[in-house]
Design a protein around this ligand. Structure first.
Ligand SMILES: N[C@@H](CCC(=O)N[C@@H](CSC=O)C(=O)NCC(=O)O)C(=O)O
Length: 277
């Protein structure tokens, strides 16, 4: 692991790191915030959305003051493998910057696009080995494509993640253009393989039952709300499964990091409460 930058802020340490990841077969970059104080610390994994690197959340969300106060580590991985030898697409919603947190089975993506394994194996191992993290107290959150990733990885890997939340998540990749394009490319035409990557489907199957609540924030001025995100599908699934979910709708807020920074403190508190020692 190489530390490429180190900044002190709010009584904590932010490191940008780079490592060779076994799952993707590429060099990957991420940021890690470690609060001062005696560890091991609970950890929040943040998954970013389409077009993002590890920098978007790190530089725009304004999360670290409250994280330092709560004693919460925050880990922000990149959204895909990258590089000249890595497959890509002309669209912003497929390929580099758009890994969708699945392990691709289809060519040419399968060679490197193994983002479910990357987050749940490489990232968590890296944190456990090199940082003062309590790996029994890990939560996960994210935005848009990363919100989809947070919800689906939490429900598919409940042994790793004890709390989940999301900002403007893609509720059901089966039922939106972003999801249909990406999952067709990465997993193939057979939609049965998509089911375990669909948050609404997983909630309907009772796969969130180990989580006492799911916090979702959604802006009502979000340009992707009706076409791509569809949070009502999460509420419908939760209602049918008897799952508690808290979907907060905010008039006027759009899809940007201005929205995320407005409510990030609530998500940090939500996770810190559930990750208490
Ligand atoms: N370029 C696209 C939209 C890209 C976009 O809005 N990306 C979001 C995530 S969208 C869902 O995953 C984002 O987080 N962008 C980075 C940022 O710093 O804001 C278009 O113009 O339609």
């Amino acid at each position: 692991m190489e530390v490429t930058a180190h900044h002190r802020l709010f009584g904590g340490d932010l490191k940008f790191v780079r490592h060779e990841a076994a799952s993707t077969g590429t060099s990957m970059a991420l940021s890690v915030f470690v609060p001062d104080g005696e560890g091991p610390h609970p950890v929040l994994v943040w998954l970013s959305g389409l077009t993002c690197t590890a920098n978007n959340f790190t530089e725009k969300a304004g999360a670290y003051k409250r994280a330092a106060e709560l004693g919460l580590m925050i880990v922000a991985p990149d959204t895909s493998p990258r590089g000249d030898g890595v497959a890509n697409d002309e669209g912003y919603d497929l390929g580099q910057g758009a890994g969708f947190y699945v392990d691709a089975t289809e060519a040419p993506w399968a060679a490197h696009f193994q983002m479910e394994s990357y987050v749940t194996k490489d990232v968590l191992s890296l944190i456990a080995e090199h940082f003062p993290a309590d790996m029994t107290r890990v939560g996960i959150s994210g935005h848009s494509m990363g919100g989809h990733g947070a919800l689906t990885l939490a429900m598919n890997h409940p042994h790793h993640f004890k709390s989940m939340s999301a900002f403007a998540p893609i509720a059901s990749p089966l039922n939106c253009p972003w999801g249909q394009k990406a999952l067709t490319a990465y997993l193939g035409e057979d939609r049965t393989a998509w089911q375990r990557h669909d948050a609404a489907a997983l909630i309907a199957q009772g796969r969130a039952s180990g989580f006492d609540d799911i916090l979702i924030d959604q802006g009502l001025g979000d340009q992707f709300l009706e076409t791509q995100l569809k949070p009502h599908l999460l509420e419908q699934a939760a209602s049918g499964a008897g799952q508690k979910i808290t979907v907060r709708r905010h008039a006027g807020y759009d899809h940007s990091y201005y929205f995320i920074t407005s409510f990030i403190d609530d998500h940090l508190a939500f996770h810190a409460e559930r990750l208490k020692g």
